[in-house]
Design a protein. Structure first.
Length: 711
């Protein structure tokens, strides 16, 4: 089986792709909308996160300022290097008070607890050493704290041995010198009342006083013991109880630094170099006095330090920075703290870059919070710088997780698109191309009526049967396939009919040619007029012989165009017109020959058809006149008859094949008149390079034949 020809597909316009473009555009818009929605939501989330971060940063800054305005914060501001100095040995700090009312237990306790200067020990003991922030309150060192002990045993007046009483020993190291005081407890409480009494200070630190030694005048100390056991489960009389002490210690070097210059310098510049040790001893045997262990030692254990500026860093997030600056005549930075939180870790670099590029109006400038703290010791500025990188990292982490959902949505859209493209759009495209090929090639097949086999093969190649199905496109393809099958059947039938007509013409031509050949033998003389008409009949049969239709035969006829004397031709035609059944044809000859380009026999057929048409429509008894019209390059013949005029609507149609006046008059074509004569005349004139036309005259109709003049 020979392969079917590859059929050309016409170039389709934009309208043919409108449906596909609409579907594809809808999916593209859906993808763009999904991505845009994700970006918009991400941008909105970033804006909200930035706004929340700014609010949280302001809250953090407010908490820090409130903490610094508290006496504990004031203590940290006054002693910015307290954390770096360490906890042990005990060092005095500058208190946020000018002085402490050391004689009142409640006031002392409230002052040291509010100031937060107490160093807390594991057993619940505590100690605080500090100086007032007012230089005119005197160069005193305040010591306060608590410890656990049994019932306090006081010293009797005049007793020098201290081994059997409770006593406190204070050691002070500064500037390479060491001072030591021993302060035995002297009870002053009433019976059945909470135990309390004085701590009388003496110079020295031994367990026994020097005879006739006098107490230090400026040394003041008090000791109070709670009546309740430290452990609520104990009820014994000798259970451990919490005792609280308060000591005001005179320090000569502080006084010298304070009053030895024209202007007081306070606190002392070397305050952080001062070392203080507080020891409390309980009563014990005399033989163990040399090796007695204190029941409380401020330099022992691993105590918890008081609040310092460094503790503020725990409230800062990663990347945040806190600047503390003291104002005044000589401003200086006292601390710069950085957040101790977990550093941000970018989960997906591409998402982090995307989040960073999203612009959020109103958050372009660096975020910081600023406040001023006023205290008795001066003014401080607090600047908290925020870091949005951590926020971006958090947003990127959340967006990375959500990106899986966005990716799943996009994948679903793409899969739906592919399903529609493969299952619907591609079939629509194939059906559209084949339908366009059907229309285009069926028209070409009709135009190629002379090549029926090729037309049938071309239409047979238009097969859409493979697109059949139960869905809408399958039904449409099935309908188109059935329609093409009908067209193929019609072409096949037309081909058979044409073949039959061709065979009929072959038979008719053969049967006519034989008698005409015999007639030619009967009229051998070339000058015989009958021989001339027999030759014309043979030529007509040859033209029609072997063709499918007369119109095809006339269109395919080949003429021998050569120089012809039109004047002599018209004279001969007018003289012999009565032999063709047209009487009274008149022609006035020209004075000289008029050569034109024509073929004699086809020209005679064309003129004879026009003469017969004129004879049918002329007024009875009127002549048909032939008039020669000469031009520079053309020569024309006007064939005029008197009679009815041609309807204007038919002037351009009378030369068409099958158009007859009988059809116009009766509505049907006469079997003897097929509307072929004028078509033959115009066809032959066109093949000879001339024209044929008709025009209405005042008294009838004129047919004009125009020829090209020969050299």
């Amino acid at each position: 089986m020979s392969a079917l020809p590859k059929l050309p597909v016409p170039r389709l316009g934009l309208a043919a792709f409108r449906g596909r473009l609409l579907v594809r555009g809808a999916f593209l818009l859906l993808i763009a909308a999904t991505l845009s929605l994700a970006v918009v939501l991400l941008k909105e989330e970033k804006r909200r996160s930035y706004q929340n971060y700014r609010q949280n940063l302001a809250k953090t800054e407010a908490e820090i300022v409130a903490r610094l305005r508290h006496p504990a914060g004031q203590l940290a501001l006054l002693n910015p290097d307290m954390a770096r100095a360490g906890v042990l040995p005990l060092r005095p700090v500058v208190l946020p008070f000018s002085a402490i009312d050391f004689d009142d237990q409640n006031k002392v306790r409230q002052a040291v607890e509010m100031a937060g200067c107490l160093v807390q020990y594991a057993d619940g003991s505590s100690a605080c050493a500090g100086v007032g922030n007012n230089p005119y309150a005197g160069g005193f060192l305040y010591l306060a704290g608590s410890f656990l002990s049994g019932p306090l045993v006081g010293r009797e007046h005049g007793v020098l041995a201290l081994y059997n009483v409770h006593r406190a020993r204070v050691t002070l190291d500064t500037r390479g010198q060491t001072w030591q005081w021993i302060a035995p407890f002297e009870a002053q409480s009433e019976p059945d009342a909470p135990v309390h009494g004085r701590l009388t200070g003496f110079t020295g630190g031994g367990p026994e006083l020097v005879k006739h030694s006098r107490p230090v005048r400026e040394f003041r100390g008090w000791l109070w013991q709670s009546p309740l056991c430290a452990d609520a489960a104990l009820t014994a009389a000798d259970c451990p109880r919490r005792s609280f002490f308060s000591i005001r210690l005179p320090v000569d070097v502080f006084r010298e630094a304070l009053f030895g210059r024209p202007r007081p310098v306070w606190p002392p510049p070397d305050l952080d170099a001062v070392r203080v040790r507080i020891e409390v001893f309980g009563p014990g045997p005399e033989e163990d006095v040399a090796h007695a262990q204190p029941i409380f030692d401020s330099n022992a254990g691993n105590p918890t330090p008081p609040f310092s500026l460094g503790d503020l860093a725990t409230g800062l997030a990663a990347g945040e920075t806190l600047h503390l600056r003291k104002l005044g005549a000589a401003p200086r930075d006292i601390a710069e703290l950085h957040g101790t939180g977990e550093p941000y870790v970018p989960t997906a670099p591409w998402m982090s870059r995307l989040v960073e590029r999203l612009q959020v109006p109103g958050f372009d400038s660096p975020i910081e919070e600023r406040a001023t703290i006023s205290s008795a010791a001066g003014q401080y500025t607090v600047v908290l710088d925020g870091d949005l990188r951590g926020v971006d990292a958090g947003i990127a982490a959340v967006a990375t997780r959500l990106s899986w959902f966005v990716g799943a949505m996009l994948l679903a859209i793409v899969l739906a698109w592919l399903a529609i493209e493969i299952g619907l759009i591609s079939r629509i495209a194939v059906l559209t191309r084949r339908a366009a090929a059907v229309s285009h090639n069926v028209q070409d097949a009709r135009a190629e009526a002379g090549s029926a086999d090729q037309a049938q093969a071309r239409i047979a190649a238009l097969d859409v049967g493979d697109l059949r199905g139960s869905d809408e496109l399958g039904i449409l393809a099935g309908g188109l396939s059935d329609l093409l099958q009908r067209v193929q059947d019609d072409v096949r039938r037309e081909h058979i009919r044409t073949q039959q007509e061709r065979e009929l013409w072959h038979a008719v031509g053969h049967e006519i040619m034989s008698p005409l050949q015999s007639l030619m033998v009967l009229h051998p003389d070339e000058e015989d007029a009958s021989r001339r008409y027999i030759a014309r009949m043979q030529q007509a049969v040859r033209v029609l012989y072997g063709t499918a239709s007369p119109s095809e035969a006339l269109q395919a006829a080949a003429l021998r165009v050569e120089a012809l004397d039109l004047n002599a031709f018209l004279m001969h035609l007018a003289a012999n017109a009565h032999f063709a059944g047209v009487a009274d044809v008149r022609y006035t000859p020209a004075a000289e020959p008029v050569p034109v380009r024509a073929d004699e026999f086809p020209l005679e057929d064309a003129v004879t058809h026009i003469l017969r048409n004129a004879d049918r429509h002329r007024t009875p008894g009127s002549p048909i006149t032939l008039t020669l019209e000469l031009g520079d390059a053309t020569a024309g013949v006007a064939i005029h008859n008197q009679g009815a005029r041609i309807e204007p609507a038919l002037l351009d149609r009378i030369f068409e094949y099958g158009v007859s006046d009988a059809e116009t008059a009766t509505g049907a074509t006469n079997g003897e008149r097929r509307g072929q004569g004028l078509f033959v005349a115009k066809t032959y004139m066109a093949k000879m390079g001339g024209t044929a036309s008709a025009r209405n005259e005042a008294d009838g109709v004129s047919f004009i034949l125009t020829f090209q003049r020969a050299a």
